[in-house]
Ligand binder design. Structure first.
Ligand code: COA
Length: 331
């Protein structure tokens, strides 16, 4: 089968207005700006309004991405929404976004891959477009992660922020093409990063609320070790699969979970600092949205030249990880 080219047409992101700074967190839990900055690189993060949901934020990002592409909402064939904080367990957040943006011709579904959600969803979009099944696919990654954070737990509440991002992927002969992707998972690590209650394993009940089991739980140190190893492995596989070398990587967009992970990774990959996208200071860890936000920022700089590549790398709960390689070709 002759595969069609899957090209990025446009991106857009949305951030809630409310800024939660390290100084404010110092008043909420037993922490310091110094601890948060030195251990994570984070300075502030955004928090969605009470009435603002993942689909509300995702729809705004989606409208921006559509505006920045040469398509209309009615042209979309499919919407894939990556999120670990859906509005509801069902219906899907993708269906809610479809309604909000008026994409009446689009099929819609959610994809669950936690912090690797954007990369998994982009890979899925590529598969649909390359196979010819769909021509125009909207990827949305949106998180109201503050809705599952325990703001009495200093080990987790300082780390995460809310945001949404969206990308239109379609068949075109020229442009920023998704040339390759690699995904991986290891379910033996499922307990390391988990929202224990609220699903069919442990439906919401008085006991789950009393024990705070509907909040995110993370064994930070273990996750850290796995993140370092898997991100390097999958990034290397992604470039060597297509016969490229480390020095062929133009821009690097790593998942924004910890500045120490990002800097160590970039150093080993020998990508100069100015070519590594880092926004963790401003947004913290926005889970599924993280890599897509970095990609949107990079595209806004309008720096990617003909032939240059972009390598995305993500890691998160599941455990699940992934890498995606793009290259500007012919425009
Ligand atoms: N403020 C002050 N102290 C804190 C704190 C906070 N917000 N959170 C934890 N601590 C304390 C701990 O209680 C511990 O104290 P103790 O030594 O007296 O027990 C100490 O700081 C060290 O905690 P630890 O968890 O070992 O810190 P760390 O250096 O591993 O950093 C993370 C914690 C979460 C920043 C780090 O483990 C991490 O980034 N993990 C990976 C996250 C990731 O990659 N996620 C990807 C998927 S989302």
């Amino acid at each position: 089968m002759l595969l069609k080219k899957a090209v990025v047409l446009g991106t857009g992101s949305y951030f809630p207005e409310r800024v939660l700074s390290n100084a404010e967190l110092e008043k909420i839990v037993d922490t310091t700006d110094e601890w948060i900055t030195s251990r994570t690189g984070m300075k502030e993060r955004r928090i969605a309004a009470k009435e603002e949901s993942a689909s509300d934020m995702g729809a705004i990002a989606a409208e921006k991405a559509i505006q920045n592409s040469d398509v209309k909402a009615e042209d979309l064939d499919l919407i894939i929404c990556a999120t670990l904080t859906p509005d509801h367990l069902f219906p899907s957040t993708a269906c809610l976004i479809q309604n909000k943006i008026g994409a009446k011709n689009a099929a819609a579904f959610d994809l669950s891959a936690a912090c690797s959600g954007y990369v998994y969803a982009m890979m899925t979009a590529k598969a649909y477009v390359s196979s010819g099944i769909y021509k125009t696919v909207l990827v949305v990654a949106t998180e109201k992660i503050s809705s599952i954070i325990d703001y009495t737990d200093r080990a987790t509440c300082v780390l995460f922020g809310d945001a949404a991002t969206a990308t239109v992927v379609a068949h075109r002969e020229h442009g920023l093409e998704i040339i390759h992707g690699c995904l991986g998972a290891d379910g033996t690590g499922a307990d390391m990063l988990i929202q224990p209650a609220g699903g069919s394993r442990m439906p919401a009940c008085q006991e789950s609320i009393d024990q705070k089991l509907h909040y995110l739980r993370m064994e930070g140190k273990d996750v850290y070790k796995h993140a370092v190893r898997r991100m390097e492995e999958v990034a290397m596989k992604c470039i060597t699969d297509v016969g490229m070398k480390i020095e062929d990587v133009g821009y690097l967009i790593p998942h924004q979970a910890n500045l120490r992970i990002i800097e160590g990774f970039a150093k080993r990959f020998q990508v100069p600092q100015e070519r590594v996208i880092v926004n963790i200071q401003r947004y913290g860890n926005t889970a599924a949205a993280s890599v897509g936000i970095g990609f949107d920022e990079l595209l806004n700089l309008k720096k990617i030249k003909e032939g240059e590549t972009v390598l995305m790398v993500a890691f998160g709960a599941g455990l699940a990880w992934g890498s995606l390689l793009l290259q500007r070709r012919g425009s």
